[in-house]
Ligand binder design. Structure first.
Ligand code: 13P
Ligand code: SF4
Length: 361
């Protein structure tokens, strides 16, 4: 959706429930594909065996073998977001995490090539932080409704309307928007980033819901933009409260991209990383993760005694990434992410300032 300065809207889209409750073995190994003498695929398959069926593993294995061979040949790593499907997350990824973790990984890896199994803004972030490395995105159409909802020109107009107010932009934005911003943030550090500026008034783009959640936790005045995530905006407080009425012992944890009536029903609100940590620490009997579907598949095993209830919304952009197009990216060494130098320099400054703030979840 295209955005504009905030005047909130809401639309309701039906969701379906899924509570398969299958156990998953936890997050993928953070392991170098270059560690020789190790059957990396076999190790990863052991980790995947509780979340994927034997047939799914057998079908994936030839592609995973080829990906691992190519990773070693190219000195490449696959960095996968928490929303990747379990075959990618458990069988092909060297690094997994939320947006902030993937940005940090991009800075720290010694690989020459990073295949970003996630959406375009994540691949752009990796490239901006590592201009000398080759960053590949397996599908160039893997966008994001938040990133597509605001342009650099929009940010310039906001700055003209609110002279002197610094701009915080969510990392779910284009390189151009990051370049126009003073600092970026993720859902893992948005409040701390806003407060790090020491300003009474801050322009916060593009997610109106993350912005409202931050505004409820700080005294800083926020000027919001009317962007939203097409996946998280589908959840409603009403459906969450109906689940809670049906299941008395249900813990609810939600991503701050959800609308406020959803967040009001949640026992915990945080980034995908924070949600994983919350479940692992609290080990509730039953939990609903109000976020993209694949998360629960990927984290269930970190709390083996916990049953997962999923009001299932898939991100169509994240789901463009497959084992097949990860393999193709490594075979053809495309699509390579490139950012114009003048934009990259300014966007890097915004990202680096965010990384200095670090994470608080
Ligand atoms: P995280 O930074 O929490 O991983 O979220 C990214 C995202 O796109 C959520 O929809
Ligand atoms: Fe963007 Fe939403 Fe998909 Fe995350 S889930 S990548 S915010 S569209």
């Amino acid at each position: 959706m295209r955005g504009r300065q905030c005047s909130p809207v809401r639309r309701r889209v039906a969701t379906s429930a899924d509570s398969r409750g299958r156990r998953s073995p936890g997050r993928a190994l953070l392991q170098s594909p270059l560690s020789t003498g190790v059957d990396l695929t076999a190790i990863l398959i052991t980790k995947a065996s509780d979340v994927l069926t034997e047939e799914e593993i057998a079908a994936a294995r030839p592609t995973v073998d080829e990906i691992n061979r190519l990773k070693a040949e190219r000195n490449a790593v696959v960095a996968a977001h928490n929303y990747m499907t379990p075959d990618i997350f458990h069988m092909a990824a060297d690094f997994t995490g939320d947006s902030l973790a993937l940005a940090n990984m991009a800075l720290e890896t010694e690989a020459d090539v990073i295949v970003l199994a996630g959406v375009l803004f994540m691949a752009e972030t990796a490239k901006i932080l590592n201009p000398e490395k080759t960053v590949l995105i397996p599908d160039g159409e893997a966008g994001c409704s938040l990133a597509d909802g605001i342009t650099g020109a929009d940010v310039r107009r906001l700055k003209e309307s609110h002279p002197g107010a610094p701009v915080v932009s969510y990392v779910n934005t284009s390189a151009e928007v990051k370049a126009e911003s003073d600092i970026t943030c993720t859902s893992g550090n948005a409040v701390e980033v806003v407060e790090s500026l020491g300003a009474a008034k801050v322009i916060f783009t593009p997610d109106q819901y993350l912005g409202r959640w931050v505004a409820s936790r700080t005294d800083v005045e926020l000027v919001l933009w009317e962007g939203s995530c097409e996946v998280h905006e589908r959840f409603t407080g009403r459906e969450i409260s109906e689940y809670k009425e049906d299941m008395g012992d249900l813990a609810v944890i939600a991503h701050p991209e959800c609308p406020p009536d959803v967040l009001a029903e949640a026992d915990y609100v945080g980034s995908t990383h924070g949600m994983i940590k919350w479940v692992a620490g609290r080990r509730p009997d039953r939990v609903m993760m109000v976020t993209e579907c694949s998360m629960a598949d990927n984290v269930a095993a970190e709390s083996p005694g916990t049953r997962f209830v999923r009001p299932c919304n898939l991100c169509p952009h994240m789901k463009r990434i497959t084992l097949d197009n990860i393999k193709r990216a490594l075979v053809t060494m495309t699509l390579q992410v490139e950012i114009a130098e003048d934009i990259a320099v300014r966007a890097r400054r915004s990202l680096s300032r965010m990384l200095e703030v670090g994470r608080r979840d």
